[in-house]
Design a protein around this ligand. Sequence first.
Ligand SMILES: Cc1ncc(COP(=O)(O)O)c(C=O)c1O
Length: 446
Amino acid sequence: MSARYQLSGTTAVEISAGIESGIRTGALSPGAPLPPVRALAADLGVSPATVARAYQELRQRGLLVTAGRHGTRVRPRPPVAARRSALRPPPLPGARDLSRGEPDRRLLPPLGPHLAALAADSGPSVSYSDAGVLPELAEAARARLDADGVPAGELTITGGALDGIERLLGAHLRPGDAVAMEDPGWANLLDLVAALGLRPIGVPVDDEGPMVAGVAAALAAGARALVVTSRAQNPTGSAISAERAEALRALLAGRRDLLLIEDDHAAELARVPLHPLAGATASWAFLRSVSKPFGPDLRLAVLAGDETTVARVAGRTRVGAGWVSTVLQRLVLALWSDPAVDELVRRAAQSYEQRRDGLLTALAEHGLRAHGRSGINVWLPVADETSAVTALRDAGWAVAPGALYRIAAAPAVRVTVSSLHTDDLAPLAAALAHAANPTPPPGFPT
Ligand SMILES: Cc1ncc(COP(=O)(O)O)c(C=O)c1O
């Protein structure tokens, strides 16, 4: 904990408000330890139960985490800071930043021409009464999903995949319910699950997707929802294979007590076929985001699912935000309809594949087996994350520590390959090899 930040308050509400304010202003930084319940209670002259209630409330809202003997800490990315970028330590000046998990901006299709075309033909303005999912967009989305074997009879539009996941979890689960999710898995999903007061149950992943025994164990432990990534799993790059999909479908078949959420965020950018689980359970949703192939700022995803699930999300959206702007919907439709954009996305996918495979091959030459079957990230197991991230930083590379993505999975670092050049591969692989297995100091037994 920051030596400067004084916790105060005599009621649970005051104590939790003080901690929240410390996190918001940065006085309590991500990961900062909080005093043990009894110590803080003695300091403040209140009962331990009062402090325990304050910690409990902040844990349920995803601001704090309690991990056994490590005590209570501020979550690495608590949901109260204004800007996500403010939660990442900035890379050292001059360092190459491979920590962000974002597509290469230069490979995104330019929006300008399509925005200009929309401006020239903006049509009648859309009002509250006639807004909603554009039928033309729904039809185009259905055709794309049908081609991939996703039964997309019912669908709606959300403000991105994560917005869809939040709406799905909010509509089906209650605080305290358990969510099975990949481990390692997407950091933002871990943050969201914590912020909703849900309990994550980690499901181990290999290159072919979530492991069947892990899903079975999560179901046995009472998971009410299962979130899986179809392809380009973040952070490992795993993609659900045909065999894994078949085994998972058999395991999930007919389950009525589980919401199945599939996240196909890589979509057109994935260079491996889709093997959907859609429809295996009574309640299911399949999300396809446009962020990675067409640009994260479009904030749009298609959500297909069973009638009840889609109606819950669409109905909840209607009474809240209302709808996803038809301006954005028309822009996405224009991008989907342009063969030149298709070609740019195809080339981007090929280019990411080359960079990823290039890095995996360069690492293999150092005897390292990393993961990255699809997508824009490579996941490299390391002996010690903190020293690996530090050694890489000293060598001029910023990578993401695996702790952001792990529940119980082994330490690793995530390297985003989207901005790499061919010339980078050899020096980066050498730096990663050194960081993954640092040379022991001379004179010490190995
Ligand atoms: C697993 C996963 N899902 C979804 C997304 C994108 O979500 P959105 O559509 O909300 O931009 C990302 C982006 O990094 C991701 O890694």
